[in-house]
Design a protein around this ligand. Sequence first.
Ligand code: ST9
Ligand code: ZN
Ligand code: ZN
Length: 341
Amino acid sequence: EATTTSEEPVVLSRTSTKVQPPSAQASSRSSQKLSSQQPHYKWDIVWRNVLAFIYLHVGAVYGLYLFIFKCYWSTFIWTYFVAYFASQGITAGAHRLWAHRSYKAKLPLRIILMIAQTVALQNHLYEWVRDHRVHHKFTDTDADPHNARRGFFFSHMGWLMVRKHKDVMIKGKTVDMSDMEEDPVVRFQRRYYLILTPIFCFLIPSLVPWYFFGEDWWTAWYVSAIFRYTVSLNCTWLVNSAAHIWGTKPYDKTISPTENVHVAFWAFGEGWHNYHHVFPWDYKAAELGNYALNFSTMTVDFFAKIGWAYDLKTASVEMVRKRAKRTGDGTRDSNEEIQDD
Ligand code: ST9
Ligand code: ZN
Ligand code: ZN
């Protein structure tokens, strides 16, 4: 049963390239270049978002300077802690729990992860999960909100600065969201998102260093709020851009997602993206349970130990080996011994 689910997104992403003639499809697949034969796209720019991202990135450069040369050690450590907490709201929460249901979580854990996901400010859970499920179902097509065929910039952050392609809305309606509609934690966050976001993403992160450590407010704002938020956003976006362009494809060579160790490092374990697109229901989002390059697996394992996370789903070595042999690019074999342990 599990295998069938895992193959679905892959099959869909392949068939949905049918806008191209079969010959073009074959050649673009074999050269594995995504940006060839670009159709013409209308960029309906949302200037409010463009201005917000300019402010965030200019502010983040200044924040980086303060982070390295000026802020207190306590602010430095606090900022890292906030970034880490927020990242788990995205990886262990929005991604592995809610979007893919790769494990189940009791109410207290769902509340913690919802708060952490609010600190990350990447849209409320319902919207995040809807876009992400649509991304998996229609990978690399116009219905994919951050379609990697439209280039690095679009899949990284450009997609958040323009109106969505109509296919995202039309085909997106085919994705089942009933589980999200039923979750009271998700409903609460969606309802109060505009109040929760400024408090959890900006005010608490910057008020703590000011109030408790005596940091000046200006430094606290640019380091713990603006710099931390902007870096976290870029780390997340790398999964949609870099990990759909550069890296190996040990599990399925016909799709764009790749295994990218650099992204895995910066995105707390979410760079094993070729594996993830083939086995999206695996709570590790990777074949290896290696904590060093997958802190998010450590988080889920920790909560499983205390009983707050349960029904963790993972693919067997045999299942992975078979799939890699059938559709992979051959790069998995060299790691076979390590991965078999
Ligand atoms: C952000 C999100 O950064 C990042 C997500 C990354 C995901 C990565 C995943 C990889 C794995 C995890 C990695 C973790 C790594 C962690 C590391 C941490 C260190 N399906 O959107 P609207 C319909 S957000 C079905 O307004 P526009 C729907 O009816 C950053 N239907 O479209 C909707 O109405 P409603 C902060 C859909 O007008 C209606 O269309 N946020 C779908 O074209 C209108 O939707 C921002 O910067 C769908 N998928 O506007 C920008 N989508 O919602 C926030 C839409 O009422 N967004 N519909 O049901 C916006 O401003 C706008 O959405 C827009 C498009 C301008 C981008
Ligand atoms: Zn992807
Ligand atoms: Zn995913």
